[in-house]
Design a binder for this molecule. Structure first.
Ligand code: HEC
Ligand code: HEC
Length: 151
């Protein structure tokens, strides 16, 4: 009986030290792989190369009422409280001269359905909806299919 007790005690001491050793190693990935791969939490993974934004490439819309993808580079185009670089080319005032598509009337409608004289605040931050097109594979498998009308 005494021997059994000693054996149980030493096994539990051994287990405790294993648990201790694990908790002395904070971080790690804990067996979890995320979209950033399996790099350890305390490591900084080298950033991916910038995606190329080819000018010629025009990706078709996948669904009706989709915000068109941006077919040009947008690096250093400021969109902030003080400036909106996109509107320097895409506003109704400048679009013709800049040879850019003008924003559509929906961009003037506010959430009460009133048509404003200038871009609606809810359409001010263009990149909320419009993203540059790049040949980037989806991170998550996607089985979305376009409606027949757009095929
Ligand atoms: C220097 C002028 C200029 C600026 C600044 C600019 N664009 Fe453009 N944009 C164009 C031109 C010109 C086109 C027409 C296609 C082309 O030639 O690339 C275009 C096309 C687009 C289109 C596609 C329109 C369509 O009908 O398919 C979107 C969307 C767009 N731009 C969004 C933006 C956003 C968002 C910004 C700001 C981050 C921006 N643009 C800044 C000139 C500009
Ligand atoms: C809330 C989402 C949203 C925001 C913010 C937004 N757009 Fe759009 N945009 C759309 C959608 C949706 C469409 C396509 C349907 C439409 O015209 O409303 C569109 C269409 C466009 C088009 C093509 C118009 C045409 O006649 O083909 C241009 C250019 C454009 N947007 C530029 C911009 C610019 C520049 C900004 C920022 C000032 C902006 N958008 C902000 C959703 C948005």
């Amino acid at each position: 009986m005494k021997k059994l007790l000693v054996a149980i005690l030493s096994v539990s001491a051994l287990l405790a030290s294993v648990v201790q050793a694990e908790s002395n190693n904070p971080g790690g990935i804990g067996g979890v792989e995320s979209l950033r791969g399996s790099s350890q939490l305390e490591e900084t993974r080298p950033a991916d190369a910038f995606k190329k934004y080819p000018r010629e490439q025009v990706l078709e819309s996948s669904y009706v009422y989709q915000p068109p993808l941006v077919p040009h580079n947008i690096r250093s185009y400021e969109v902030s409280l003080n400036a909106n670089k996109c509107l320097a080319c895409h506003s109704w005032k400048n679009a013709k001269e800049m040879g850019a598509t003008k924003i559509s009337v929906t961009h003037y409608v506010n959430r009460e359905d009133a048509v404003l004289a200038d871009v609606s605040p809810r359409r001010y931050f263009c990149l909320q909806c419009h993203v540059p097109q790049a040949n980037a594979q989806p991170l998550v498998d996607n089985k979305f299919k376009s409606v027949d009308a757009l095929k």
